[in-house]
Design a protein around this ligand. Structure first.
Ligand code: 8Y4
Length: 297
């Protein structure tokens, strides 16, 4: 049995490693709620976020830039314009933890100012090291993710000698760099970056051997929901990838994932509650936060 791991976020200590946490994805991009017009109405995105919270999300990951491969970056001002009204509104209406999916200092600063708790930086501060200073100063949580290359070209020709060892080494090194910048290691989580510069066999190896990543000693975030690896195995489009995503999520949590980044919060919570119960973890009740906080002390 695995013992708990503390995830420190803005001074609060959350004990992970008992009940699996679910991070709901909230994309605030032109291909989702955003109308592309001059005056952006945050209402539909906020409604979706409130629904994710209602379905039992522990964290809502708010992103304003498409991280899909082949996509171009957008300016920070545009990213801020999309996500800050959504974060501000969610902050006044729910106590769920909010993460900001960004690689930019200006965007993360604005998001934290609006009430976000965690920085989810897929570039692990390679795009902007000032994110580390920001996290150290605010006590925000920080998710370090592995990626080979950059989103625009990363799927061109991914190659590894030993993908699991390389990802573990990359993340362990990032933890040491972050600590040297003054971040509390307890505020760091790690993520193998499923689909980010990886072939199907690499993604499968990373999930199968996630215990090696968990061996780093920090909470493990895994994001596989509706990704192309599911599409490649099942030969189905993104809207038909729920069952495959749940299967991957359950294998991941059984092998050491603490937090699952998903589109389908209710379905994933139900699957995770059953898997957690079988694995002799505390049954995922409706509001286990108080009990977990008590144990963390
Ligand atoms: C269909 C569904 C097609 C999803 C593509 C996608 C991760 C992440 C992303 C992840 C963390 C995505 C921002 C890619 N993936 N952050 N972000 N971990 N921490 N693609 O795996 O969901 S975006």
């Amino acid at each position: 049995m695995r013992t708990g791991t503390v995830f420190r976020v803005k001074g609060a200590r959350h004990l992970l490693g008992t009940r699996t946490w679910v991070m709901g994805i909230l994309n605030v991009t032109p291909d989702s709620f955003f109308d592309g017009g001059r005056y952006f109405d945050p209402g539909p995105a906020v409604d979706h976020g409130l629904r994710l919270a209602d379905e039992g999300a522990d964290i809502i990951d708010v992103g304003g830039e498409s991280s899909r491969f082949g996509s171009d970056p957008i300016p920070a001002e545009e990213e801020i314009r999309r996500i800050v009204p959504v974060i501000s509104s969610l902050r006044t209406q729910t106590r769920v933890l909010l993460s900001v999916d960004t690689t930019k200092f200006e965007t993360a600063r604005a998001a934290l100012g609006a009430g976000a708790d965690i920085i989810n930086d897929i570039s692990s501060f390679e795009m902007d090291p000032r994110l580390l200073v920001l996290a150290a100063e605010t006590g925000a949580g920080f998710i370090l993710m592995h990626m080979q290359g950059v989103p625009k070209t990363m799927q061109a020709a991914p190659r590894y000698e030993d993908v699991v060892a390389e990802v573990r080494g990359f993340l362990a090194e990032k933890i040491e760099i972050a600590a040297a910048y003054g971040l509390n290691k307890e505020s760091l989580a790690v993520d193998p970056g499923i689909g980010f510069g990886k072939r199907l066999e690499d993604n499968c190896a990373l999930i199968r051997e996630l215990e090696t990543i968990a061996g780093i000693g920090r909470p493990v975030v895994m994001g596989v929901s509706r990704k192309s690896m599911i599409g490649k195995i099942l030969d189905v489009p993104p809207e038909e990838r729920l069952e495959g995503s749940l299967a991957a999520a359950v294998v991941g949590l059984a092998r050491g994932a603490h937090i699952l980044r998903v589109h389908d919060v209710q379905s994933t919570r139900r699957a995770a509650r059953v898997a957690d119960a079988i694995l002799s973890r505390p049954a995922g009740g409706e509001n286990p936060e108080k009990r977990e906080a008590g144990r963390a002390r």
